[in-house]
Design a protein around this ligand. Structure first.
Ligand SMILES: [Zn+2]
Length: 509
C-alpha cells in the first residue's frame, strides 16, 4: 500500500463481519470446516456438557490442566489434522457486563491473532438467557477485535479481514442486531478518532460527513463561519478564529424515518480535530494525543449510524461542532468577551476550555429545533478523568430523577457512567463582573461540574438533557472488550439508554 492509497473514504462497507446462524450444536465436521472457533463454557461444565461437545474428551483434558475461574480462557488445536484453532472462554455468563466484555475481549483477540477468514462461535452448558447474553457479548468482542484502525506503515504485510462469524445457537440470539449495530458504530467512531490530524482537519472531516450522509440517505447541512456569524454563534466563532483554513463549522445530519413526526432526539458532539490549547498553549505531553479531541463527535456519529442500521423509528438530528483549536495571530485570547447564539455573554478565561465554547452554541442551535431530548458527547475535562480515571465516563443531567436509567444503562452495556451533582449553586463559581458568565473558574477544582453548569445555560430546562464527559474515551491498553487505546466509548451506552426509554421515567422509579 502506498501512502497515497491510505484510507480516504469511510469504511462503511466493512465496519463489521456478517453473522450467519448455522443451526444448533456443532458436530466435529462443522468444526473441521472452520480454521478458528470460540467456545463459551460455564465455569463448571457437567458430564453431559463434555459428552455433547465435539472433541469433548480432549477439551476436558486441557480444561483440567489447572483450576479455571470465570474470565479465564485457553487455546488448543482440535480435529483429525489439528485443523481448528479453538479458544475456550470460561464462565462468561457469570459476570457483570463489563467483566464479561473484558474477558471475551481477551479471548477474542487471542483467536483473531491468526487472522481467520471465518470463525465458529457457540456455547455449551449455559441456561438460555445468560447464553444469549454471552454469545452476543462474544460477537461484540470479535467485531471490535477484528476491525483494524487506520495505519500508515509503508511496508505493512497484507492483513486477512474476518469475513464472517458463524453462530451455532439454533437461532439468532436476542440482542444480536443491537450488538452488531453498536459494534459498527463503535468501529466507525474509533476509525475517525484514530486518523492523524493532517488527515482529519476540519475540512476533511466535513468531507467524510458529507460522504456519510450521501451514502446513508440523510440530509446534510453545514453552518460555515458566515452563516454562524449571521446566527450570532460568537462562542463557536471565537474558537474557530485560529483556523487558518477558515473551514470550521457546525454540521447537522438529519435521520428521519418518520417524515411528518416531531424531532425526537438531538445527538451533539465536540469535534475539535486538534487541540493545541490555543493561546494558553498545552505542554508537549498534554498536547500529544489531542487529535482524539473530536471523539465526542465521532461517538455521536457512531450512535446515529447504529440507530440507522437498526432502522430505528426515532427521528434524530446529529449536531457536530467541527473546528481546530490553534495558536496564531487571529486565535482568541483570555479576557475576550463574546456573545453566544442564545445571547449569553461569556468572559473568556482560558483558551484551552474551547470544548464548552463550541458546544455552547451547538447545544443552543440544537435546542432551538425543539427536540424531545438532547444527549451530548465530549472529551471535555481533565477533572473528570481525575475524578473517575479512564474506566468510567461522567454523566450530568437536568433530569436527575432519571439517574437510575442513566447509570443502569452504563452497568448493562458495560460502558459505565457515574452521575455527578449539578446543583444550581455551583453557578456562583462562574460569576463574572463584566459578562453574564465566566467560561471557567481560575482554579481547576470541580471543572467537570462547572463545565456542565456552563453548558446548562445553553439548554432550556424544558428539554431533558444528558451531557457525557468522556473520561473513558481513551485509555492505555483499552477498556472492556476494546483493545485499542481509543475506546469509542458511548455508542453501546446510547443504544442501551434509548432502549430504556430515556428520558421517560418509569412510573415506579
Ligand atoms: Zn482544550
Amino acid at each position: 500500500m502506498r501512502f497515497s492509497d491510505l484510507p480516504t473514504r469511510l469504511p462503511l462497507d466493512f465496519l463489521i463481519a456478517p453473522v450467519r446462524a448455522v443451526g444448533a450444536r456443532p458436530r466435529a465436521p462443522t468444526l473441521a470446516r472452520h480454521a478458528a472457533a470460540l467456545l463459551l463454557l460455564p465455569a463448571k461444565p457437567s458430564v453431559a456438557d463434555w459428552l455433547a461437545l465435539p472433541h469433548g474428551g480432549l477439551i476436558q483434558d486441557v480444561f483440567r490442566l489447572k483450576p479455571r475461574k470465570p474470565g479465564d480462557f485457553f487455546v488448543l488445536r482440535v480435529g483429525a489434522r489439528a485443523e481448528t484453532l479453538l479458544t475456550v472462554a470460561v464462565g462468561a455468563s457469570q459476570m457483570s457486563a463489563f467483566e464479561q466484555l473484558q474477558a471475551l475481549g481477551k479471548a477474542a483477540r487471542a483467536l483473531l491473532e491468526t487472522e481467520p477468514r471465518t470463525l465458529l462461535l457457540w456455547q455449551q452448558g449455559m441456561p438460555k438467557e445468560p447464553a444469549a447474553g454471552a454469545l452476543v457479548a462474544a460477537v461484540a468482542a470479535l467485531q471490535a477485535g477484528a476491525f483494524a484502525l487506520p495505519a500508515f506503515k509503508s511496508a505493512a504485510p497484507a492483513r486477512t479481514r474476518l469475513a464472517r462469524i458463524d453462530i451455532a445457537a439454533g437461532a439468532r440470539p436476542d440482542g444480536l442486531e443491537r450488538a452488531m449495530a453498536s459494534a459498527a458504530g463503535n468501529n466507525l467512531a474509533r476509525w475517525l478518532t484514530a486518523l492523524p490530524p493532517n488527515r482529519l482537519d476540519a475540512g476533511a472531516y466535513r468531507g467524510h460527513l458529507r460522504d456519510f450522509a450521501r451514502r446513508l440517505g440523510m440530509r446534510f447541512q453545514f453552518y460555515g463561519e458566515r452563516e454562524l456569524k449571521r446566527l450570532g454563534a460568537g462562542a463557536f466563532l471565537a474558537v474557530a478564529r485560529g483556523n487558518a483554513a477558515r473551514d470550521a463549522g457546525i454540521v447537522r445530519l438529519s435521520y428521519r424515518p418518520r417524515r411528518a413526526a416531531a424531532l425526537d432526539l438531538c445527538l451533539v458532539g465536540k469535534g475539535i480535530c486538534f487541540d493545541t490549547g490555543g493561546t494558553n498553549l498545552k505542554p508537549h505531553k498534554s498536547m500529544l494525543d489531542m487529535h482524539t479531541d473530536m471523539e465526542g463527535s465521532a461517538v455521536a456519529l457512531g450512535s446515529l449510524y447504529a440507530l440507522h442500521a437498526l432502522r430505528s423509528r426515532t427521528n434524530v438530528d446529529c449536531w457536530l461542532a467541527i473546528s481546530e483549536n490553534r495558536i496564531g495571530p487571529t486565535a482568541y485570547q483570555p479576557q475576550e468577551i463574546v456573545r453566544a447564539h442564545n445571547g449569553t455573554t461569556i468572559q473568556v478565561i482560558h483558551t484551552d476550555a474551547e470544548g464548552r465554547m463550541v458546544l455552547a452554541d451547538t447545544l443552543s442551535l440544537a435546542a432551538a429545533t425543539a427536540p424531545r431530548a438532547i444527549i451530548d458527547y465530549a472529551t471535555l475535562t481533565g477533572a473528570c478523568v481525575h475524578a473517575l480515571t479512564e474506566r468510567y465516563s461522567g454523566a450530568f443531567t437536568n433530569r436527575l430523577e432519571t439517574r437510575a436509567a442513566i447509570e443502569g444503562a452504563g452497568a448493562a452495556s458495560g460502558e459505565r457512567v457515574w452521575c455527578f451533582p449539578m446543583d444550581a449553586d455551583f453557578d456562583s463559581d462562574l460569576e463574572s463582573t463584566v459578562a453574564d458568565i465566566m467560561q471557567c473558574a481560575l482554579e481547576g477544582k470541580g471543572d467537570h461540574i462547572l463545565a456542565a453548569r456552563f453548558l446548562n445555560r445553553f439548554v432550556p430546562k424544558e428539554i431533558p438533557w444528558l451531557h457525557l464527559d468522556l473520561a473513558a474515551g481513551t485509555r492505555h491498553g483499552g477498556l472492556a472488550h476494546i483493545g485499542t487505546d481509543i475506546t469509542g466509548f458511548g455508542v453501546r451506552y446510547t443504544l442501551d439508554l434509548l432502549d430504556r426509554g430515556w428520558p421517560r421515567t418509569a412510573p415506579h422509579a
